[in-house]
Design a protein around this ligand. Structure first.
Ligand code: ASP
Length: 322
C-alpha cells in the first residue's frame, strides 16, 4: 500500500477511501471552527497560494481565497485577462514563472481536461484541480459529500440522483467516483444527448448484484427512491452544437420543480453546484426551499473542504519536509 502523503489533488479517481474519509473528517472540524468564528491563522503562515483561473468562477475561487487566508497563507489570485497568458504564453511558460516565484500551493482551473495534471508535472508546488474541462472537480465532490453527511449521517446505502448535463459535467464525474467509492448508488438522469454513451463502461465500480451507476431517461424513474437530487447546469460553453430543443422544453421534461421532486423520497435533499439557471434546470420554489434545499450549505462547506485540502497538502509538501 502506498502510504506516502499525496502532494497534489488532481482527481477523486485514484484516491483511496481512507484519504477521502480523512479529508472529510478534517473538513467537518473546519466547518465547526468556521461557525464558531475561530481561525487557524498560523497553520500556513509563510506559504504562498496562487489561484490561477483560466475559466470563470465565483464560488470556487473566492472560497479557495478565503480558505487560504483563514489558514494564514499569502494568497494571490492571478487574473488571466490581465496576465501574459493572454499574450500567448503557454501553460508551461506560466509553470516556469510560478516555479521561479516559489509558490507552495497552486489552485488551477482550465477548460482543457488534463491541464492540472500537466502543471503538476512541471511545478514544484502542490497543485489542486479546481476544475479541468469535462474531467474532474474534486473539491466540489468532497464538499457535496460533506453536505450530505451532515444531513444524512452516512453515504453508504444512499441513492443519489445526478440530473441534467452529465456529458459535460466534471462535477458529475468527480461525484460518481466519490459516491460509488463510499458505497452509494448513483442514478444518472437526463436526455440521451446529455449522457455519454460510454457511461456504464467507464470503469465506474459496479456492485456485486446491483449496478452502482444506473442511467435513466425519465425523471420519475430516475428520482424514485432518491435520498439526494443533485441538479446540474447545462454547460453550453462546452457544447459544439445545441443538444436540447429549448430552455422551456428542457425545463418541462428535466427541470426540478416541486412536482417532480415528489418522485424522490419525502426527505430528499436538493443540491446544485452553482451557478444555477433558474427556470432551466431548477425552479426557485425548490432551490430556495429551506426544508429541502442545501445549496447555500454546499457553499459554506466549500470553504471548510478547501481548508482541509490546503492543510493536508501543505503538511505533505516538499517545503514542509525541509
Ligand atoms: N461550478 C461548476 C464547475 O465549474 C459547475 C458549473 O459550472 O455548472 O464545473
Amino acid at each position: 500500500m502506498n502510504t506516502r502523503p499525496r502532494q497534489h489533488l488532481l482527481a477523486i479517481e485514484g484516491m483511496t477511501v481512507s484519504e477521502v474519509v480523512a479529508l472529510l473528517d478534517l473538513a467537518e472540524n473546519y466547518a465547526l471552527l468556521n461557525r464558531s468564528g475561530k481561525t487557524q491563522r498560523d497553520l500556513l503562515r509563510g506559504y504562498t497560494l496562487i489561484n490561477l483561473f483560466f475559466e470563470a468562477s465565483t464560488r470556487t475561487r473566492t472560497s479557495f481565497e478565503l480558505a487560504g487566508k483563514r489558514l494564514g497563507a499569502d494568497v494571490l489570485s492571478m487574473s488571466v485577462a490581465t496576465s501574459s497568458i493572454n499574450k500567448g504564453e503557454t501553460l508551461l511558460d506560466t509553470a516556469a514563472t510560478l516555479n521561479a516565484m516559489h509558490c507552495d500551493l497552486l489552485v488551477v482551473r482550465h477548460s482543457l481536461s488534463g491541464a492540472a495534471n500537466l502543471l503538476a508535472q512541471k511545478v514544484e508546488a502542490s497543485v489542486i484541480n479546481a476544475g479541468d474541462g469535462t474531467h474532474e472537480h474534486p473539491t466540489q465532490a468532497l464538499l457535496d459529500a460533506l453536505t450530505i453527511l451532515r444531513h444524512k449521517g452516512r453515504i453508504a446505502g444512499l441513492t443519489v440522483a445526478i440530473c441534467g448535463d452529465i456529458a459535460h459535467s466534471r462535477v458529475a464525474r468527480s461525484n460518481i467516483h466519490l459516491l460509488t467509492m463510499l458505497d452509494a448508488t448513483v442514478h444518472l438522469v437526463g436526455p440521451p444527448t446529455l449522457i455519454p454513451s460510454e457511461v456504464e463502461s467507464l470503469g465506474w465500480r459496479n456492485g456485486q448484484n446491483a449496478p452502482r451507476v444506473a442511467v435513466f431517461h425519465d425523471m420519475a424513474q430516475g428520482l424514485a427512491g432518491a435520498d439526494v437530487v443533485m441538479m446540474l447546469r447545462m454547460q453550453i460553453e462546452r457544447m459544439q452544437r445545441s443538444l436540447v430543443p429549448s430552455a422551456r422544453e428542457y425545463f418541462r421534461f428535466w427541470g426540478l420543480d416541486k412536482e417532480k421532486l415528489r418522485y424522490a423520497r419525502p426527505d430528499a435533499l436538493v443540491m446544485h453546484p452553482g451557478p444555477m439557471n433558474r427556470g432551466v434546470e431548477i425552479d426557485s420554489g425548490v432551490a430556495d426551499d429551506p426544508q429541502r434545499s442545501v445549496i447555500k450549505e454546499q457553499v459554506e462547506m466549500g470553504v471548510a473542504v478547501r481548508m482541509a485540502v490546503l492543510d493536508t497538502l501543505a503538511r505533505a509538501s516538499v517545503r514542509h519536509a525541509r
